[in-house]
Design a protein around this ligand. Structure first.
Ligand SMILES: CSCC[C@H](N)C(=O)N1CCC[C@H]1C(=O)O
Length: 356
């Protein structure tokens, strides 16, 4: 079980225990998926011997089975029960790893009930999760296949006249039909809206001559994919065609730089230098990529100062973009895994500019 490995690393690093709220780390360690715990405290407590215990609302009585668990009912005080669990696992007063995304109200109540010295859980978890095993890579390949299929389906739709919001909804449905769900809210950014890398799809109707940035992802058994393709509806502005070529080259150069032993910042530099050489440096406003796995953004990050040395099994995106205010934007993104020392694309949808 992964908890044993986690406990071993925790012991080596001299931590006294961990408190983990629902999310990707909880799932990674236990295989238990908690859907919508919301405000009800739900916590996995682990000590360096590998002993663990879960505190959970009674709503999950039929979900959390065959593991040490204490349920609490609405109206009861969950923090008193947590204090008993922490005492039994010898976590009280210790140097504890706390889930980075734990709700502040839970953390405040816990620290009022029990003395502890908190540290972010990510400092240990990132080491465990950054290198995927063969089973995890297979699940990521499956998630990537879904987004490739959805891209081909998008190309068959009558896009002109559709609003960004309508297209985003159709993309979401197409993903949900083929997978466990979306890994994030799809981005559809048309025309000048393409200049905003995280544009929220709105009421703008897609027109002939638009470049449209499509950025979406699927989940397969918890593992995420994330793809961006930029397509043209009819002949776009010459400036955008030039920009497309530069982004395409930047993405390819970054991909070719991926090797076991290379630092993440060198992959970023390959993309950034290509864009800067073409004169668009100031319009590339984000890192080149991010790790991908149970979370859509995780280690290793592919940015200008990232010292992480790439290793086999690491999975991340390569997604340079150029964003010119009032004109629009182009981004091309693939999911990549390091295998046998080299990069392999998991997403394989067409990268040449498609003019519909
Ligand atoms: C999780 S929402 C954004 C998904 C997207 N593929 C993405 O990760 N990015 C778009 C612009 C840069 C990059 C990011 O780092 O946010």
């Amino acid at each position: 079980m992964r908890i044993e490995k986690f406990a071993k690393v925790m012991k080596e690093r001299d931590f006294d225990g961990a408190l983990i709220s629902p999310g990707s780390n909880f799932y990674y360690l236990t295989g238990i998926r908690i859907h919508e715990a919301g405000e009800r405290p739900t916590i996995l407590a682990v000590n360096p011997k590998g002993d663990f215990h879960i505190l959970a609302p009674s709503l999950y009585e039929n979900v959390i089975e065959d593991v040490p668990v204490t349920f609490w009912r609405d109206g009861e005080n969950p923090y008193a029960k947590l204090a008993t669990i922490m005492h039994d696992l010898s976590l009280s007063d210790g140097k504890l790893l706390i889930e980075n995304t734990m709700r502040a109200d839970w953390l405040i109540e816990i620290s009022r009930t029990v003395r502890m010295r908190p540290y972010p859980l990510s400092i240990v978890m990132k080491e465990l999760r950054m290198r995927k095993d063969d089973d995890e890579i297979r699940l990521m390949e499956r998630a990537a296949k879904v987004v490739d299929e959805v891209f081909n389906e998008i190309l068959s739709w009558d896009l002109v006249g559709m609003t960004e919001r309508e297209l985003a909804l159709k993309i979401e449905l197409a993903i949900r039909e083929r997978s466990d769900g979306i890994s994030f809210e799809p981005i559809v950014a048309s025309g000048e809206n393409g200049a905003n890398p995280h544009h929220e799809p709105g009421d703008r109707k897609l027109r002939k001559g638009d470049m449209v940035v499509l950025d979406y992802g699927a989940k397969w058994k918890g593992y995420c994919s994330d793809i961006t393709r930029t397509i043209a509806l009819g002949q776009p502005d010459e400036k955008l065609i030039k920009i497309y070529e530069v982004v395409w080259e930047a993405q390819e150069n970054a991909f070719q730089t991926v090797r076991e032993g290379v630092k993440a910042k060198e992959v970023d530099r390959a993309a950034r230098d290509t864009i800067a050489r073409a004169g668009y440096g100031k319009y590339f406003t984000h890192r080149t990529g991010h790790g991908l796995g149970l979370d859509v953004h995780e280690e290793p990050y592919i940015g200008p100062t990232e010292e992480t040395v790439l290793e086999n099994g690491m999975t991340f995106t390569i997604e340079p973009g150029i964003y010119v205010p009032s004109l629009g934007g182009v981004r091309i993104e693939d999911d990549v895994v390091v295998l046998s020392g080299r990069g392999k694309r998991l997403t394989k949808a067409e990268r040449e500019l498609i003019v519909l």
